[in-house]
Each structure stands twice: as structure tokens, then as C-alpha cells.
Write a protein that binds this ligand. Sequence first.
Ligand code: ARG
Length: 271
Amino acid sequence: MKKLLSLALVGLALVGLAACSSSSSVTKESIEKKGKIVIATESEFAPFEFKTLLDGKDTLVGADIELGNAIAEKLGVDVEYSVMSFNNVLASLKSGKADMAIAGISVTSEREKAYDFSDSYYTSENVVIVKKSDLDTYTSADSLADKSVGAQKGSVQETVATEQLPKASMVSLTSNGEMINELKSGQLDAVVLEKAIAEGYIAQNDDLVITDKITLESDGTDAYAVAFAKGTDQEVIDAVNEVISEAKSSGQFDQWLAQAATYTQSSSSDE
Ligand code: ARG
């Protein structure tokens, strides 16, 4: 009898565990009940999400933020942005801290095993940034042998750098702003970033340049999408897909990008 009881208890505990750790509890109802969606994002990724001074106040802006606002509007609720390092953005979905994540997140087959994704809203490409004064020094992947090449921690650029610049020594950094500073100061010799983000930094740093001498191949992870915990209600994902399709076909998304390009990214990400 005692044995049976303890067995039953173990069983109950297992069911309880499964309930916490298993699929997401994000549904249209849960969102409506809260009256808001919490969106996990980052803040050093212009023109998608970054901080700029608006009326003297550091404000989170960018095309991903506009997309998030439009999603909240579609769902008829408020929006709250939870800003964190990029390498924590996806994990925050698993812990249930955020309902969705929008952070220029590329869809990869690896990530698809662990997360659900919306339709894609943007296509990126990877580039290499070097100092203007090094433009004639680094002219091929081989020329970066034993040189320090930076990529953002947790990003697909880590893989791109490791696979396509195999002789370089890859350095992972949490902050893109920090990475650019290290490139300027010579601690890094080159940096791998996506083109739109690289262009933003080049525009603000005339000692840096995107080199066209080292080109990176697409590795099939160029599509940005909104990420969800596995098991998120299809109704929620459908609503997000509708917003994406409208924003793309109306040209709205391009306008958001163009508007973001007129803002200056705050140099420090200090909260
Ligand atoms: N697209 C790349 C990836 O998904 C980089 C994204 C970085 N995003 C950011 N907000 N820093 O891995």
C-alpha cells in the first residue's frame, strides 16, 4: 500500500514536471487575460532594434520594434519589450518570460527543433568589416589566418565565421557596439555582421569599411522571423503572420527600416 502511494506520488510529480517544462502556454486567451504581450529583444542591432535619443530620452526604436507594436495592435493588447543580450533572447521563450522574440532572429534548422517561427519578414546577408587602413591587408579568407575575427555571441555569424574563415581565431562578443570598438582599437582585426547592421556602423565610423574582397556565402540562414516557444497557439502565430504579410506587401516594413536609418544609435547601451 505504501509502495503504491509513493509510486502514485512520483507519478504525480512527473506529470507536474512535464506540465512546467513542456510546451508553451501562450494562447490568445492568456495574452488577452494579461492585456499585453511581452517581446524579448536586444538593443544594439540598428536598424532593427536599438536605442536613440528622442526628446532627450534613450528610446528603443527600429523596424522590429514597429513590427512588435503592430502585432500588439493586431492582438488588441499592450506591448512590453524585455531587453536582454542576444544570447539570452531565445532561451527567454523557454522559461516563459516572454511570449515571443523579435531580434533579427535567423531561422536555422537547429533553432527550428527547439522553437516555432513565423513566416520570414526580411532576408539578410553576411559581410566582413575591417579598418579602412587594413583594406589592402585583408584581401582573402586566408589573409585572416591567426587574426582575431569578432562575431556576436549566440548569433549565426559565429558559425559563418568559424566555417568560412577557418584559419582565423573567432572571438565571441555579447555586444555589437563593444565589438565595433574593439575593431577600431585594433583588438579585433575583422568583424562578421549582417549587411544592414554593418552599414549602420560604417555610416557612424568613417575609419571602418565593408570589404568586398572577402565575400561570405549564404549558409541558408538568411531569413529573419519572429520566434515562439514550441507549442505556442497557432492562432497567435497566424495573427503574427498576417501582420508580417501586410507589412511586407504594403511596403510598411521598408518604411520602418528607412525611418530607423534616420536615427542615430546611442553609443552606449547602458540602461
Ligand atoms: N541574425 C543573426 C542570428 O539570428 C543575428 C541576430 C542578432 N540580433 C541582435 N538583435 N543582436 O543569429
